[in-house]
Design a protein around this ligand. Structure first.
Ligand code: FAD
Ligand code: DHB
Length: 391
């Protein structure tokens, strides 16, 4: 099998890249190790930055998002049983974010890809990337039990943190920067209308809590739990009781309960692999970098990478110049490191560490007070949350 761009992984990065290339007349094949139902159901991110919304719309993939996505003009920070609203448009010159789940973004992109007839193979596992330094990189893969090879001009690893593409970088080229956190998120989906019309990020001595949503009838909630926790360790009632404690305010706000339909634990990690390109192999999205989820940046970073890469591939095709491809890694990494910084700041602002001292607790509260009382500090948060410009 032959193509121009071989894409490993049908998460948001791989699917959007295939869409952008198709619109520019560049052929690609997407290999995805899981089946379609799995990819469409995997619960993950929920917040799209303004720039991500604009990209999906421009790619002709925004129709349902425009109908069903929920525009949010702010978030609420809760601490000390008080509430502080951050007003995004007022602080950023009109920017906002959209609540539209990653599952829905993937469903829309998969449907478009299959409609337009572009090759997207499910249950097709890439086994390696070979020849990245030469002119004809190859991806040996196994599809429904049979082995085959995809010959490409370029290979893009959009295969997430656990994929194979990163492993094709020679050890002497790779530099890894990482940090793990001593806590994780227990996430649940609940069949109940969200108890607040915007997201609530709560810092509490017992741990962080987040109230988010998937639709006007479905809530998405998260609790900070110790690293290594398994979802089954928490009963539904224990989860609601703990959410109640951590989200409680002095003004009588109430959390509505409903049946939980899903429970899972997400580990927290910061990770960057540099560079994001080696020869004709490029990394995009979680394959190259991970952020802890507190800043809602993971999916948005993946979108930024593939927009930058698609632009560079089109530029090369149209002008013959490899300049933008050569700049790909540095261009993406500038934005990646800003998101790493912001995600780290949001995480350490809101999560008490297991070994936190009373001094650490007071500092967290002072940082929150600063955001609540200084327009400059609040603007810094609003600009980062609504998204950094594409390089
Ligand atoms: P992925 O979505 O991971 O897609 C990679 C794809 O590659 C997968 O479909 C995988 O099956 C496929 N693949 C892997 N190996 C191979 C192979 N060898 N051959 C073929 N295919 C392969 N971000 C937030 O902003 N908020 C959140 O709440 C949040 N929660 C998360 C929860 C979890 C459990 C995880 C893992 C991530 C979460 N994220 C969250 C991060 C966000 O979902 C990711 O940043 C986003 O999915 C990145 O998209 P991607 O396309 O780069 O990678
Ligand atoms: C969601 C996830 C996040 O990581 C976040 O910061 C906000 C919302 C969500 O899944 O809805």
């Amino acid at each position: 099998m032959r193509t121009t761009v071989g894409i490993i992984g049908a998460g948001p990065a791989g699917l959007l890249l295939a869409r952008l290339l198709h619109r520019a007349g560049i052929e690609s094949v997407v290999l995805e190790s899981r089946d379609r139902a799995y990819v469409e159901r995997r619960q993950r991110a929920g917040i799209l930055e303004q720039g991500t919304v604009d990209v999906l719309r421009a790619a002709g993939a925004g129709e349902r998002m425009d109908r069903e996505g929920l525009r949010h003009d702010g978030i609420e920070l809760r601490f000390d049983r008080r509430r502080h609203r951050v007003d995004f448009p007022a602080l950023t010159g009109g920017r906002s974010v959209t609540v539209y789940a990653q599952t829905e973004v993937c469903k829309d992109l998969i449907a478009l890809r299959l409609e337009e007839g572009g090759p997207l193979l499910f249950e097709a596992e890439a086994l390696a990337v070979e020849g990245a330094e030469g002119d004809r990189p190859r991806i040996p893969f196994r599809h429904q039990g049979r082995e085959d090879v995809l010959e490409c001009e370029y290979v893009v690893g959009c295969d997430g943190f656990w994929g194979v593409a990163r492993g094709a970088f020679p050890a002497e080229v790779s530099r890894v920067f990482e940090r793990s956190y001593p806590y994780a998120w227990l996430g649940v989906l609940a069949d109940v209308a969200p108890s607040h019309d915007e997201l609530v990020y709560a810092r509490h001595e017992r741990g962080f809590a987040l109230l988010s949503m998937r639709s006007p009838a479905v809530s998405r909630l998260y609790l900070q739990v110790p690293a290594g926790t398994e979802a089954g360790q928490w009963s539904d009632e224990e989860i609601w009781d703990e959410l109640d404690r951590r989200l409680e305010t002095d003004d009588g706000w109430r959390l509505e309960r409903g049946p939980l339909t899903q429970k899972s634990v997400t580990p927290m990690r910061s990770f960057v692999h540099e560079p994001m390109r080696h020869g004709r192999l490029f990394l995009a999205g979680d394959a190259a970098h991970i952020v802890p989820p507190t800043g809602a940046k993971g999916l948005n970073l993946a979108v930024g990478d593939v927009v930058t890469l698609a632009r560079a591939l089109v530029h090369e095709r149209e002008t013959g110049s490899p300049d933008l491809l050569d700049a790909y890694s540095a261009t993406c990494l500038r934005r990646v490191w800003q998101a790493e910084r912001f995600s780290y700041d949001m995480t350490t602002l809101l999560h008490p560490a297991p070994d936190a001292t009373p001094f650490d607790a007071r500092l967290q509260l002072a940082r929150l007070e600063r955001i609540a009382s200084s327009r400059a500090a609040e603007t810094d948060l609003a600009e980062a949350y609504t998204g950094f410009p594409l390089g």
